[in-house]
Design a protein around this ligand. Structure first.
Ligand SMILES: *Cc1c(COP(=O)(O)O)cnc(C)c1O
Length: 357
């Protein structure tokens, strides 16, 4: 069976050269005579893989020594608790509610303190990024944002700038768009969208934020302790870190985040342009806030939407069904989706529109 173009929101498509390399190295990695899956996480062969993954991420995002890079468990979702556990020193934080994951992070944080939702677009089904102007609180331990809203297809085009450290769930656009890490206190991301495979959370933490953890913070979730232990308080997700490292090396060979961002913008612009001019499909997100990673579209008729998803699948385009909270379709076009995949999608959308107008 041939590989399809896979528009899944996560876990999502991986670069083919990376998959081929993993396949070639699966039984014996280098001269070790064993698979990466079988190696001790404390052995020198594995530590070299780990160190290279960290170094590549530092290189790609220009991360300074002021920041620790951690490879943690539990995806992004465990961080919804990890953030208040590590940062809610006075028990107050500001949350900007721009989507379902953003909302979930605030709900989780509310178990540990006063997680104030200072701006929200929930009343309009998260079709835009809410305005936080004048709403940032001076007494907040941190401000939490979700830079790209995976389900609704929106992203931030500017960042809140207040006195409190900025904490960002960057799960669905990390490494896909250029960010100045120095503007953030903490960046975290589940790996299965733009970094690698699931079960891994990459965290970038400004070291001066260590020392604020609640007393009841589980050791395994304490960032300072994880940093002291090279993310190895316990056995890390060794294979996922290895895959992340390979994907990041692939990205570096593409010219890094600066180069892939341009390609991502071009992919998204082409798709949005087609949708806007199709007279058949439409995109529910506010134009200025449109995501370049997750492109949502609807025909206006749920039965037609379902028929499209089937038609696309029959034409080698997988996982285009939208999230149940939005309906319709969603094309996730992360770094590993080539322009050819977007061209093929537009082609199939054209054919379907012609047959169903
Ligand atoms: C996918 C996603 C998550 C959840 O990630 P897990 O690794 O499944 O915990 C959280 N936030 C955002 C923005 C996401 O896209």
């Amino acid at each position: 069976m041939d590989r399809v173009y896979n528009f899944s929101p996560g876990p999502s498509t991986l670069p083919l050269p990376v998959l081929e390399k993993l396949q070639a190295e699966l039984l014996t990695y280098g001269t070790t005579g064993m698979s990466v899956m079988e190696m001790s996480h404390r052995g020198k062969d594995y530590l070299a893989i780990y160190d290279e993954a960290e170094a590549t991420l530092r290189d790609l995002m220009h991360i300074s020594d002021d920041y620790a890079v951690l490879f943690l468990h539990g995806g992004a979702t465990l961080m919804f608790a990890g953030v208040p556990y590590n940062l809610m020193a006075t028990g107050k934080a500001d949350y900007i509610d721009s989507g379902n994951f953003a909302h979930g992070s605030a709900v989780e944080a509310a178990k540990y303190g006063d997680a104030r939702i200072i701006a929200s677009s929930r009343d309009d089904n998260y079709t835009y990024i809410p305005d936080w102007t004048g709403k940032l609180n001076a007494d907040a331990d941190y401000v939490h944002i979700t830079t790209n809203n995976t389900i609704f297809g929106t992203h931030y085009t500017k960042l809140p700038e207040g006195p409190a450290p900025l904490v960002a769930d960057m799960s669905s656009n990390i490494l896909g768009e250029v960010y100045d890490v120095n503007k953030f206190g903490v960046i975290y991301a589940g790996a299965q969208k733009n970094i690698g495979i699931s079960g891994l959370c990459v965290a970038i933490i400004r070291k001066d934020l260590f020392g604020r953890a609640r007393k009841d913070c589980p050791k395994i979730m304490n960032w300072e302790k994880e940093a002291e232990n090279g993310s190895m308080i316990n056995t890390p997700n060794t294979f996922a870190i290895y895959v992340a490292g390979e994907c990041m090396k692939w990205l570096k060979a593409q010219g890094g985040v600066e180069a892939i961002e341009k390609i991502n913008q071009a992919k998204a612009a082409k798709l949005y342009d087609f949708i806007d001019n199709s007279g058949f499909y439409s995109n529910p997100a506010k134009k200025e806030d449109r995501s370049i990673m997750n492109v949502t579209f609807v025909t206006g008729n749920p039965d037609t939407d379902a028929a499209f998803v089937k038609f696309a699948a029959a034409n080698g385009l997988a996982s285009l069904k939208g999230h149940r909270l939005v309906g319709g379709m969603r094309a996730s076009i992360y770094n590993a989706m080539p322009m050819e995949g977007v061209d093929k999608l537009i082609d199939v959308m054209k054919q379907f529109a012609m047959q169903n107008k």
